[in-house]
Design a protein around this ligand. Structure first.
Ligand code: FES
Length: 170
């Protein structure tokens, strides 16, 4: 088992309050690496997003290569490396959604929001990105709105209603 002792270099990576929370969380795991999801979650909670500098700090803190943190950051949709928009559209791009018209709906959303995939509106209200299968293939084509809402069997009409509800139109 890896030791959970911290070296003195790690003390300055985060604020004292955050550091205390992280240390408590990491101590519950057999290996430092195993705590990565929870560590990232705590940083998101405190800062709203995880900047590149924080990714590097997490790698140093957990004694793992920075690429390992990047892989986790890009795999899970709940981690943001930039400040989050108020409303975030995560459109599934995997097979079932792709075959049922997901690409066309993505283009439609780009037109309606006035932004491209991977962007956030200038006023910070909305952002749009594509993600891998969200495990809701039975309601393809689908997208996730913020972290918890799924909208499925999407059509242009449904998207219109949704955008009106969340007040996200260009
Ligand atoms: S393929 Fe889109 S949710 Fe599974």
């Amino acid at each position: 088992m890896e030791p959970l002792t911290l070296n003195s270099q790690t003390q300055a990576l985060f604020s004292a309050a955050l550091q205390a929370k992280l240390d408590a969380k990491v101590a519950k795991y057999e290996t430092r690496r195993a705590s990565i999801l929870e560590v990232l979650h705590l940083i998101m909670e405190e800062k709203g997003h995880i900047a590149l500098e924080d990714e590097k700090n997490v790698a140093q803190y957990l004694s793992i290569p920075p690429i390992d943190v990047r892989e986790v950051m890009t795999f899970y949709t709940l981690y943001y490396d930039k400040p989050k928009a108020k409303t975030r559209f995560n459109v599934c791009r995997t097979l079932a959604c792709h075959l049922t018209g997901g690409d066309e709906l993505l283009k439609y959303l780009e037109e309606k929001l006035g932004i491209h995939e991977g962007q956030m509106s200038k006023d910070g209200k909305c952002s749009l990105k594509t993600v891998e299968c969200l495990g809701a293939c039975e309601i393809a084509p689908m997208m996730q709105i913020n972290d918890h809402e799924y909208a499925g069997n999407l059509t242009k009409e449904k998207i219109d209603e949704l955008l009106k509800r969340v007040k996200c139109e260009a």
